[in-house]
Design a protein around this ligand. Structure first.
Ligand SMILES: [Fe+2]
Length: 384
């Protein structure tokens, strides 16, 4: 059934294909750039993809200024440093190589090209002069940041994560660029994409495009994540996971994520659980919660997981069935329960109030009270 109101978009074009990293120079030139800031973290800067990318830029006659100091969950001062280098070198383009951290850093640095630092003054503030073209070369299949209009940056003054508004001009999805991801990182990234897709389908303001892409993303993740974990060099699996994370990114950029991400962000900040793992652990109970809002959409998530429904199930039964489907998949993928991560039930319940403060909580399809949220967290702990 179509929603009464929906809005959907796509932030930029994408190029998919084996070996497409070698096109980056040509594409950057086509965007009118002559000198770019090449943004990556230290680890990524040692990978073949990074070198291939740099070579392609140089062969196209593009000047390259390397900024390889980026860090996971990019801190504000790193963004300010990158912005300063970009302004000093007068770059007219930015190329990010990496996962969410590189891509988010590139979006944020781009704000500082034509606007004064520090980056912190642009948190949640879209009023700034536009920057230069930004090209994303994606090396992980998870965040889908190449497809979203937000960059998550760590506010080191207040020790919280915040975000700025920014988009890419082009995303390059080359399966060969993701083969270096080890199995555990592949799983965590895939889990993030899975949760983003499932939450986009069950969102407060759904839309038909998000639903279509997120459903397809779930199917690809369920089919190909186990293959890529088993054989990281399998390009068919890597390619499908890249497309899945990209589709999930496009889907949640409009539909938005909700309670699962509010729980995952809070667990991540408080207990340093990796984002994708925290998302996976929250997802089963969040599907039960979402079934009480709209069981038909939770069924779509279930069908993506490969489950079959008779059409006679109650909303509660749909929720239970999809929750169990998620649990069995994340178990198969080796996601450890919270107790094995050294977190007690009391620890988990201690973060209840903080979940309401997470920015994604405002997008929940239905408000929960404290008592209901405590119940969701208890079930999350006990049922997996
Ligand atoms: Fe996420």
């Amino acid at each position: 059934m179509l929603p009464d109101y929906s809005r959907y978009s796509q932030v930029c074009p994408f190029i998919y294909g084996k070996g497409t990293v070698s096109r980056v120079g040509k594409e950057v030139k086509r965007l009118g750039c002559s000198k770019v800031l090449l943004v990556a973290g230290k680890t990524v800067s040692k990978l073949a993809t990074y070198q291939r990318c740099k070579k392609s830029l140089q062969e196209a006659g593009i000047g390259v200024v390397e900024f390889n100091e980026n860090q996971p969950e990019p801190p504000d001062h790193i963004i300010d440093k990158g912005g300063e280098l970009a302004r000093k070198e007068k770059v007219d383009g930015i190329v990010a190589v990496g996962g969410g951290s590189s891509m988010d850093a590139a979006k944020a640095i781009n704000i500082l090209i034509n606007n004064p630092p520090p980056i912190n003054q642009y948190f949640g503030n879209p009023k700034y002069k536009p920057g230069v073209p930004v090209v994303m070369v994606v090396t992980t299949a998870g965040t889908g940041s190449e497809a979203t209009n937000v960059a998550v940056i760590t506010d080191t003054k207040n020790n919280v994560k915040n975000s700025v508004i920014g988009t890419a001009s082009l995303g390059i999805l080359d399966p060969e660029a993701t083969v270096d991801m080890p199995p555990h990182a592949t799983v965590r990234a895939g889990m993030d994409a899975l949760a983003q897709a499932a939450e986009a389908i069950t969102a407060k303001i759904p839309n038909p495009k998000s639903q279509l892409l997120a459903f397809d993303a779930i199917k690809r993740i369920v089919k190909y994540l186990p293959v890529a974990v088993e054989d990281g060099k399998n390009l068919e699996a890597r390619g499908n996971l890249l497309v899945a994370s990209n589709f999930a990114g496009i889907a949640f950029n409009d539909a938005l994520v909700h309670l699962g991400h509010a729980i995952a962000h809070t667990i991540g900040a408080k207990f340093h659980v990796i984002h994708g793992e925290a998302c996976a652990l929250a997802l089963p109970e969040v599907m039960k919660y979402a079934a009480a809002v709209d069981a038909e959409r939770v069924k779509i998530v279930g069908e993506g997981l490969g489950l079959e429904f008779t059409g006679k199930e109650s909303a509660t039964a749909v929720g239970e069935k999809v929750a169990e489907g998620v649990r069995s998949f994340i178990r198969e993928m080796g996601i450890k329960p919270l107790r094995e991560l050294g977190i007690s039930k009391e620890d988990l319940l201690s973060i209840t109030d903080l979940i309401f403060e997470d920015p994604t909580y405002q997008f929940v399809p239905r408000e929960v009270d404290r008592e209901e949220l405590v119940g969701i967290l208890e079930n999350m702990y006990e049922n997996y």
